[in-house]
Design a protein around this ligand. Structure first.
Ligand code: 13P
Length: 252
């Protein structure tokens, strides 16, 4: 299996330009070429160009937190296209984060459209899936996840997952300090891989599935030790250089 671990920092709407610079400088010092894992930073749109300059010459890669659901430029005030993200140095983009789904009304259909728009621009989408606490307690975790994965596969084709990453982010674990246990994460990750394998076993075997939700230096090792956990999508802890480097080292 050649799934290189990916450690992605989703800054969300945090930090200033000056904070971002300090953070990137501290991270650069801790990431050496040839590391076993890839470090990905997803700052807010307006800092992408600056961060791209600051990581130049390092192995750190850049991604965006969202993308327009339109494949081409046009009269879409406030939106940012995949081509524009590519222009400013992005190679990845997060689609369907639970905050986008819950706060901005993104449906499974919109998420699938964004995934296709990302790939059309040559970006690797990181498609987020995950259940709420209510859904987990109602025993609906598998049906929710399979619905979210099926929406992508049905719209984009299983082939789309040959050049995509999936992030399992249980909504109840995001920003709450309540991490899924390694066993809980592994169970859902294996379930996701199984869903994809039912359509294409080779694509499933190569698919990176990240875990997100209160990942910290202290729990990263046990999560990444799980067979189907291929890295992390990290929010709060990615804003603290020492903590994020600790997580990175757990995978690298
Ligand atoms: P936290 O790591 O802050 O829980 O956030 C996870 C997340 O939503 C990353 O996309």
């Amino acid at each position: 299996m050649t799934r290189k671990p990916l450690i992605a920092g989703n800054w969300k709407m945090h930090g200033s330009l000056a904070d971002s610079r300090k953070l990137v400088e501290a991270l650069r010092g801790g990431v050496t070429a040839g590391a076993r894992a890839t470090m990905l930073l997803c700052p807010p749109y307006v800092y992408l160009s600056a961060v791209h300059e600051w990581v130049r010459g390092s192995p750190i890669v850049l991604g965006a937190q969202d993308i327009a659901d339109k494949p081409a430029t046009g009269a879409y005030t406030g939106e940012v296209s995949g081509q524009m993200l590519s222009d400013v140095g992005c190679s990845y983009v997060i689609v369907g984060h639970s905050e986008r789904r819950a706060l901005y009304g993104e449906t499974d259909a919109v998420v699938a459209t964004k995934l296709k728009a990302a790939q059309a621009a040559g970006l690797t989408p990181i498609a987020c899936v995950g259940e709420t606490l209510e859904q987990r307690e109602a025993g609906e975790t598998r049906s929710v996840i399979s619905g979210q994965v099926a929406a992508i596969v049905d719209a984009a084709g299983v082939q789309a997952l040959a050049k995509a990453v999936i992030a399992y982010e249980p909504v109840w674990a995001i920003g709450t300090g309540r991490t899924a246990t390694p066993e809980q994460a592994q169970e859902v990750h294996a379930f996701i891989r199984g869903l994809v394998a039912a359509r294409d076993a080779t694509i499933a075997a190569g698919l990176s599935i990240l875990y997100g939700g209160s990942v910290k230096g202290a729990n990263a090792r046990s999560l990444f030790a799980m067979a189907d956990v291929d890295g992390g999508l990290v929010g709060g802890a990615s804003l603290v250089a020492a903590e994020f480097l600790d997580i990175f080292r757990a995978a690298a």
